[in-house]
Design a protein around this ligand. Structure first.
Ligand code: LLP
Length: 475
């Protein structure tokens, strides 16, 4: 058996036209894990349970009925879960720091409904494009509570932001300092800004989503003197008001002690800025939130531990700098941890191919267009069959999408209740960076997004139609 496995591993790497083509990984020795929904509670939405029919329900809504009513593929989110996560950050910060704001990172998932939810809960918004800002404004979100990000915001985006009265622009490069100063001066306004700093730390996460290292396209470095030069330039700009510093070191981080290093680096810089320019910040924005559990074995730090790690580090350095905590507003920008576990994706199983001695492919009515994270980051999820969710997971399958390439897989070697054609298949933890990174590849219309609360399903983003695809096709 061991020899056969070794052989199959060797055979799964072939050379074609000089390129090394790795087949989809597969471990033939894996056994189904026998878990039921109850065992997956920490990756599922808070309102998930097995109902009397033996179906999975969320917030009192039967997911099999929902799939029938709304069609699949379908993004589904537990609204109470989103509120609970946001409130957890707000409560933890309120306990540890005199003045703070939680700015939800809209890049994880944006729509008008979530902007209204933020307004109701007193949240701020981190917007990373003119499009995200436009959606927030359309939802009536207060522009002064929006923080605008990006390493190359266009002149048009900056104009839209300044004219809307945006709360903060996070300046990312020297060109942008000059641009925002000019655009603000032209309009006779003073724009509040933060400077994006690269603290030069390397977080333990996927290389695509590390952002705080020296070799990053984002922000100003410290060791090369750029951060100091940028500060000088902003302090001299009559139409810019420097509120403080921003840093974001990466996403999906479990080993949060790296934040202590990042805060240390920021405060070493602040020491230099105090000495050289007599400058003290009024705000410090420490970027995204804690990582999320996607897999049974994932055990990320709690939101309160994450916030305590940050605030403890800032507190120590504030004292050394001679800055009272009451003089410094702390901002965090969690995205993933607010929405990831609140969201799931429903698919219908359409075809099953049991390849003897190789693997079983279970094809669903979506794939890399609604979930690119498997192909892009080797992301791993948990999945169940909604109509048999109380039963143990007794099969290992590869969940394939319906799109025209072999890399179109959602789950490789997944434990799941033995699927049958017509079953409703649920992928967990898809609330963050799934819908927001979706595409129309193969001219696939995007799924709807449905929010569930108190037994009621509310469509917040409708399913795209062929007419939507044709609307931009004006040739
Ligand atoms: N603030 C800034 C400036 C950011 O760049 C990000 C994420 C966040 C906040 C939110 O970080 P979070 O709390 O979500 O970790 N598409 C990738 C994630 C990219 C994250 C980019 N920046 C994924 O699917 O894993």
């Amino acid at each position: 058996m061991a020899l056969a496995n070794e052989l199959s591993a060797i055979l799964s790497t072939v050379f074609v036209k000089g390129y090394e083509m790795a087949h989809l990984e597969h471990d033939p020795t894996l056994e189904p894990d026998g878990l039921t929904l109850a065992d997956l509670a920490h990756v599922a939405p808070l309102g998930a349970r097995v109902n009397a029919a033996g179906h999975m329900e969320v917030a009192g809504v039967d997911l099999v009925d929902l799939a029938t009513a709304q069609g699949t593929a379908l993004y589904v989110m537990d609204e109470a879960h989103i509120r609970a996560q946001l409130n957890a950050y707000q409560a933890a910060l309120a306990e540890c720091w005199p003045e703070s704001a939680v700015a939800y990172a809209g890049k994880a998932f944006t729509c008008k409904a979530i902007c209204r939810l933020l307004t109701e809960e007193g949240g701020w918004l981190d917007a990373s494009s003119g499009g995200e800002l436009a959606i927030a404004l359309a939802a009536g979100f207060a522009a002064e509570q929006v923080i605008f990000h990006g390493n190359n915001k266009t002149e048009q985006e900056l104009i839209e932001a300044i004219e809307a009265g945006i709360g903060r622009i996070v300046l990312d490069c020297f060109e942008e300092i000059e641009r925002v100063q000019r655009l603000a001066a032209d309009r006779g306004v003073v724009q509040k800004v933060l400077l994006r700093i690269k603290p030069g730390v390397v977080a333990d996460t996927h290389s695509h989503i590390i952002t705080g290292a020296e070799d990053s396209k984002f922000g100003f470095g410290i060791s090369d003197g750029w951060a100091e030069r940028a500060t000088e330039q902003v302090l001299e700009a009559a139409n810019l008001e420097l509120m403080g510093l921003h840093c974001h070191i990466g996403s999906q981080i479990f080993a949060i002690d790296v934040y202590q290093q990042a805060v240390g680096a920021l405060f070493r810089l602040l020491g230099q800025l105090k000495q050289r320019f007599d400058y003290l910040p009024r705000e410090l924005n420490l970027g995204g939130g804690v990582g999320s559990a996607y897999r049974v074995e994932h055990n990320p730090p709690s939101i309160s531990d994450f916030v305590k790690t940050l605030t403890d580090a800032v507190k120590i350095h504030c004292e050394q700098l001679g800055l009272a905590p009451s003089e410094l507003k702390l901002i965090v920008e969690p995205g993933r941890s607010i929405v990831a576990n609140a969201g799931i994706t429903l698919y219908t199983v359409g075809a099953i191919k049991q390849l003897e001695g190789i693997r079983t492919f279970v094809a669903v009515d979506g794939g890399m267009t609604d979930n690119i994270r498997t192909a892009l980051y080797d992301a791993r999820y948990e999945c169940v069959i909604a109509n048999r969710v109380g039963e143990p997971r007794d099969a290992i399958v590869t969940v394939a999408g319906k799109h025209c390439e072999s890399g179109d897989v959602v789950m490789i070697d997944a434990s799941i209740q033995t699927p049958q054609v017509g079953d409703t298949l649920v992928i967990m933890t898809t609330g963050a960076y799934n819908q927001s990174m979706s595409s129309n590849y193969n001219k696939q219309p995007r799924p709807a997004v449905v929010w569930l609360a108190d037994g009621v399903a509310r469509e917040v983003v409708r399913r795209e139609t062929y007419a939507d695809l044709l609307a931009t096709d004006v040739g």
